[in-house]
Design a protein around this ligand. Sequence first.
Ligand code: FES
Ligand code: FES
Length: 175
Amino acid sequence: MNPTTQAPPESRAPAADENRQRPGAKISTTINDHAYDTVVPPHLLLVDFLRDTLGLTGTKIGCETGQCGACTILVDGVSVKSCAMLAAQADGCRITTIEGVANGDLTPIQAALCDKHAVQCGFCTPGLVMSLTDLLRRNPHPDEAAIRESIDGNMCRCGVYQNVVRAILSISGSV
Ligand code: FES
Ligand code: FES
């Protein structure tokens, strides 16, 4: 056999089946106070892991390009767009989704949004709640400018922004 006509076994291109079976990334993460040790595909978006793998569909998908804020969650207490992060990057993180913010009753933020009619279709609302939760943890007395700045990454097609500001001002200092 001519040795130049046959590639050595270790350098051959992987078959299609082998590509599909590439190993994933091991992650240990805490989501809404539940610990998960699992393996995720390397390119799986965190938002898809939350929604499709764990069934936490309260986190919405609007644009999947990091612009609309519908997918906002808290990662180690900080608001993050979960379509802009891989599930593999959640290793070692503590995550809170909209399902994890309330403990039975509505949180004061959720109650204030209802009270001030800051919800129409509600598609943006989970993301808004997460951004506002982050805001009030950092700044319990936000003024109007701080509230507006905190939600400038959350797009609301229904245009409820004015009532969101009213809602958060109504609970300023009480959360
Ligand atoms: S779906 Fe993530 S920012 Fe729009
Ligand atoms: S309430 Fe409809 S998108 Fe915000």
